[in-house]
Design a protein. Structure first.
Length: 155
């Protein structure tokens, strides 16, 4: 279920709101390999299943930045915007990778509105903490405070 925002005021009113969790997805070797190709990071712990099986994680693991980038995949499953003229990524704060995301793991994103403040007449800057949960793990694969600037059409 989406949380719907239709104005800067609605975003600001949501400070502290738990946005719930997205659907589960599988972390596939294909996704990891495509990310490796896109970034040029072909370290064996990500792309060599045979060597990685004997390595410290017992399998290939997703790049930390791949886990972080999935915030962009999970957020639209958690929030929906009405009357949004434009939204831009402004940055991230406090990115952490508490546990490796092994290939084959089931993951999902959960969200929490950490802060929001008016930035222009119809604009708001919002910080949403996205936690990449790993099924069966006490620790998440990634926790990132995403910063977005949202500009709504006037009421």
């Amino acid at each position: 279920m989406h949380t719907v925002f239709d104005s800067s005021a609605s975003v600001i009113a949501a400070i502290g709101k738990d946005l719930g969790a997205s659907a589960w997805m599988d972390m596939s070797q294909e996704r990891v390999d495509r990310f490796a190709d896109a970034t040029g990071d072909h370290q064996w712990i990500h792309v060599d299943p045979v060597r990685a099986a004997a390595g410290p994680f017992g399998a290939c693991i997703a790049h930390g930045y791949l886990s972080q980038s999935l915030a962009s995949y999970f957020l639209p499953q958690l929030v929906r915007y009405e009357r949004l003229r434009m939204g831009v990524n402004y940055g991230c704060d406090r990115v952490r990778f508490p546990a490796p995301v092994r290939v084959g793991a089931r993951i999902r994103g959960s969200g929490l509105v950490i802060a929001a403040e008016q930035v222009q007449a119809q604009g708001v800057q919002v910080i949403i903490r996205v936690t990449v949960e790993i099924a069966g793990s006490d620790k998440p694969g990634c926790v990132v405070d995403t910063i977005s600037r949202l500009y709504f059409d006037p009421l």
